[in-house]
Design a protein around this ligand. Structure first.
Ligand SMILES: Cc1cc2nc3c(=O)[nH]c(=O)nc-3n(C[C@H](O)[C@H](O)[C@H](O)COP(=O)(O)OP(=O)(O)OC[C@H]3O[C@@H](n4cnc5c(N)ncnc54)[C@H](O)[C@@H]3O)c2cc1C
Length: 442
């Protein structure tokens, strides 16, 4: 199924290369200039990233005709991984601390959007691969790409009518960043208790009591030009009044407060304010009163993206620290050559691999239209635990230098904590898994 003739393979490569160029435009030029002039600190040079090369491992058994493993990718997906990996290491890498310090980042664009809307028209797995590869280098860039693609673009692609798609998707695929605005001060895990209301008339008027009932902690919002906002058009119907709207920033969306955070500091997280916002009826996404269904469905698949962010983060920290441990000498040998260290590497890498397989499995189930909600919750829950453990161990394996800011390991650890919080906390993932598993027994 995955084999192609030489010609079509060549064509696929050319196509993928051009699509990736479309998908990753804005950050390129400016950052590339910075990349070419920046010199790494002396200790940082020891921390070269080393990806695992499964393809070089020897096969000991003849191939048999069997369903493909979870490490089977289409040519397009392989090409995308290589391109994003190169882009992340060469362009994003040198900018990571500068963006973390400045608490802002450069922009990055779309992946699954149809070609007719100027997108790359690639698979969901391709988006997952991009998020994973970016997180190996910078989890902030990764979540920006993740929210923009798996929440914002996906909502519009899957639920928007032709007019909405034509007006918003091309901009999101080329020059405008998107935000997904569901959480409010009083509604986090209980997302459908949101208090923001909208009056559905000729024009939709949002009545928000300033900062009290506006969306808060919204990723990408400082840079975004398009906001998908959930508001209740008929609170008497409870969650069945929740409706999704596409807003342009110019309609009156302002940033009331930018949060200071523990990690993913370059990714903006803001409280919004809607003062006298008027939105045309044509900007409703999907059906009126079906916003809750859109949010559930999109977040169910979106959390596979967060799992991908977490496995990328874990692998990035692991690669940096382990390559250092095989260079750092104490007692006349590399510290990594002590069995006490090597066994820890093996243990953590096993966990990262398990998290990756959960994540890829959930992604493939979703692509195949099979039930995936339990698997997606497991992937996010497990991957976020693994990311915290792997990045914490990576600091210990490097010793004192791991604790300093010189080599970037402490940043992975700070960034890992958010995986257990956004797009459903770990408890909410456990609740989902528990609810679904009970059906098998009761
Ligand atoms: C950096 C960052 C970026 C974010 N980006 C976005 C975004 O782009 N868009 C958006 O809409 N939101 C965003 N959020 C909000 C995020 O989704 C919420 O923070 C998250 O859903 C948890 O809600 P909460 O913070 O209100 O915690 P709460 O719901 O108050 O939970 C507090 C604690 O109670 C536990 N708890 C709650 N309910 C239960 C239960 N039923 N059973 C067991 N335990 C429970 C939780 O697990 C948690 O440990 C972001 C948040 C952060 C920090």
């Amino acid at each position: 199924m995955l084999s192609r003739s030489r010609q079509s393979l060549k064509a696929a490569r050319a196509l993928t290369a051009s699509r990736v160029a479309v998908a990753l435009p804005a950050i390129g030029t400016r950052s590339a200039r910075i990349a070419s002039t920046s010199t790494p600190a002396p200790a940082a040079r020891l921390f070269s990233s080393s990806a695992i090369r499964r393809d070089q491992e020897e096969s000991t058994r003849p191939e048999i005709d069997t369903p493909p493993s979870l490490y089977t990718f289409t040519e397009e997906e392989e090409m995308l991984r290589e391109s994003v990996r190169k882009f992340a290491q060469e362009v994003v890498g040198p900018r990571v601390y500068a963006m973390d310090e400045a608490e802002e980042m450069d922009k990055l664009m779309g992946i699954e959007t149809a070609a007719e809307h100027e997108g790359s028209e690639m698979s969901f797995m391709a988006a997952i691969i991009a998020v994973e590869e970016l997180a190996k280098v910078d989890p902030s860039i990764s979540v920006m790409c993740d929210v923009h693609n798996t929440l914002v673009n996906s909502t519009l692609r899957l639920y928007g009518n032709d007019d909405v798609k034509a007006r918003f998707l091309p901009r999101l695929a080329t020059n405008t960043l998107g935000s997904f605005c569901l959480s409010e001060p009083a509604s986090g895990s209980d997302a459908f208790a949101l208090q923001t209301t909208a009056k559905l008339d000729e024009r939709v008027e949002r009545h928000a009591d300033h900062n009290l009932v506006a969306p808060r902690w919204i990723t990408n919002s400082a840079e975004a030009g398009i906001f998908l906002v959930f508001a209740n058009v008929d609170p008497s119907k409870g969650y069945k009044g929740i409706t999704c709207f596409a807003l342009d920033k110019e309609m009156g969306v302002t940033i009331a407060k930018k949060e200071k955070k523990l990690g993913i500091k370059a990714s903006s997280t803001c409280l919004l304010s809607f003062d006298d916002v008027k939105v045309p009826k044509e900007n409703v996404v999907g059906e009126v009163g079906k916003g809750y269904k859109i949010a559930i469905d999109i977040l169910n698949e979106g959390r596979i993206g967060i799992a991908a962010q977490m496995i990328g983060l874990a692998q990035g920290a692991f690669d940096k620290s382990v390559s250092y441990a095989y260079q750092r000498k104490q007692f006349g040998k590399a510290v990594g050559d002590n069995q006490g260290m090597a066994f820890q590497f093996a243990d953590v890498l096993t966990e990262i691999e398990a998290a990756r397989l959960l994540t890829y499995n959930a992604a493939r189930l979703k692509e195949q239209g099979k039930p995936f909600v339990r698997e997606a919750a497991m992937a996010k829950y497990y991957a976020s635990n693994v990311a915290q453990r792997a990045s914490g161990m990576a600091i210990e394996w490097a010793g004192g230098v791991g604790f300093t800011r010189e080599v970037g390991l402490e940043k992975y650890w700070r960034d890992s904590k958010i995986g257990a919080i956004y797009e459903g906390t770990s408890n909410i993932q456990l609740e989902t898994i528990a609810k679904l598993l009970k059906k098998d027994y009761v």
